[in-house]
Design a protein around this ligand. Structure first.
Ligand SMILES: [Zn+2]
Length: 67
């Protein structure tokens, strides 16, 4: 079984217009961020967080062990 983890840091925003919370990759341009739903620029800066994307390439694993 092959497991690969992709770790990325995100900046979290919360829209004050529709209360939508969303994350923008820290590497992305943070200068002009708008709500993806209502396009409002009135956003609350919640902070940063790390998201770990785990993808498992399934192979034959009859034991199926998981810790
Ligand atoms: Zn919004």
């Amino acid at each position: 079984m092959k497991i690969s983890n992709l770790e990325a840091e995100y900046h979290i925003y919360e829209c004050q217009g529709c209360c939508l919370g969303f994350a923008v990759e820290v590497n992305a341009d943070q200068s002009h961020i708008v709500c993806p739903d209502c396009q409002s620029e009135d956003l609350r800066d919640v902070g940063t967080g790390t998201m770990i994307i785990t993808s498992i390439a399934k192979e034959k694993d009859p034991a199926g062990t998981e810790s």
